[in-house]
Design a protein around this ligand. Structure first.
Ligand SMILES: Nc1nc2c(ncn2[C@@H]2O[C@H](COP(=O)(O)OP(=O)(O)OP(=O)(O)O)[C@@H](O)[C@H]2O)c(=O)[nH]1
Ligand SMILES: [Mg+2]
Length: 316
């Protein structure tokens, strides 16, 4: 572990705790294989591949990791399996690093900066908006939250509670209202009130229903018509516990809506956190945030090095 990460204390420890199950499966599994004294043989690569696949790293990223490790083993003349773990750590970092891109609202010159939040139901859209609203109000920003998920009444109320907690403004219509109309009114309100940020919550019914995509496209179009360049961020929320499904969902949403950033939630309590590597490898979309709990503070900017340190911390 890097000293700098240790100094960040709370955030790093929370991430580390959140990743405990993933670490157990992925790094724990790898660690068992890479015992000191074990020589380098073909079986080792096969076993390593198996561990990575089981840990939801995905086929493409697994191939790349194995190739990378093979290359480095050869280059460095590694003969003891135990020396492979830091090589693997480095290869994982290489995959994740290019997708570290925290959301930058400063300099965008946007009034307001509009974030449209999308994703299938239950992934954590509303919770993530609550956490983000809190983060930005804490920084002195004026935030407005729009309840464009009008699919069920409870969704609007849940968002309102989060919005109140965060000290953000809130715009809603009745249940079953047109999501685009809510988004339109919210944008007008945000402009009139000179808000820095507007978060738009959307419905998450199954992505296989064509009409959801059409509805979301319409929200996006109307926002863009009223404020050129908006929405500035199409944030896709993915649930880490769904493993490989998250990649499939992302591809579907990306095709229809051109996702600009990903928030990966529920990393705490799942052993499927390896999915983040598959997401980076297969989607090519910036990874903005990771969710590590249900609390208002439990959302972190994705930092590749910190993430990899947290994941490998007990064994390297
Ligand atoms: N452990 C954990 N739970 C989370 C996290 N993010 C969200 N949740 C929980 O996941 C559940 C669903 O979250 P919501 O924010 O309601 O999800 P949603 O995408 O808005 O769902 P719909 O509105 O039904 O589409 C809630 O119980 C949240 O507390 C996280 O990072 N960690
Ligand atoms: Mg919701």
């Amino acid at each position: 572990m890097k000293k700098g990460n240790k100094d960040k204390g709370g955030i790093f420890q929370k991430l580390r705790r959140g990743l405990a199950k993933t670490q157990g499966l992925l790094v724990g599994g790898v660690d068992d294989l890479l015992r000191p004294g074990r020589g380098m043989d073909e079986a080792l690569y096969e076993e390593l591949e198996e561990v990575l696949i089981v840990a939801d790293v995905g086929v493409a990223a697994t191939q790349r990791l194995i190739e990378g490790v093979r290359r480095e083993v050869k280059k460095k003349g590694v003969s003891d399996a135990h020396a492979v773990l830091p090589l693997l750590r480095h290869e994982v970092l290489e995959i994740l690093q290019p997708y570290e891109a925290p959301l930058a609202i400063e300099g965008a010159g946007a009034n307001p900066f509009v974030v449209m939040v999308i994703g299938v139901n239950g992934t954590g859209k509303t919770t993530t908006i609550g956490k983000l609203a809190h983060r930005f109000t804490s920084q002195g920003k004026k935030v407005l939250v729009a309840a464009a998920d009008t699919f069920r009444a409870a969704a609007i109320e849940q968002l309102e509670i989060w919005s109140d907690r965060a000290g953000a403004d809130f715009v809603r219509h009745g249940d079953g209202a047109d999501p685009s109309a809510v988004a339109f009114d919210a944008l007008k309100a945000a402009q009139a009130r000179k808000c820095h940020l507007l978060f738009i919550d959307t419905a998450g019914r199954l992505h296989t229903k064509e009409n959801l995509m059409e509805e979301l496209k319409k929200v996006k179009r109307i926002i863009g018509r009223e404020l050129p360049g908006a929405p500035h961020e199409i944030l896709l929320v993915l649930d880490a516990t769904t493993g490989q499904n998250a990649v499939v969902q992302a591809q579907t949403f990306h095709q229809s809506l051109e996702v600009t950033g990903i928030a990966l939630t529920k990393l705490d309590g799942t052993a499927k956190g390896g999915i983040i590597v598959a997401i980076a490898q297969e989607l090519g979309i910036p990874l903005r945030f990771v969710g590590v709990g249900e609390g208002i503070e439990d959302l972190q900017d994705f930092r590749a090095e910190v993430f990899v340190d947290a994941l490998f911390s007990q064994t390297t």
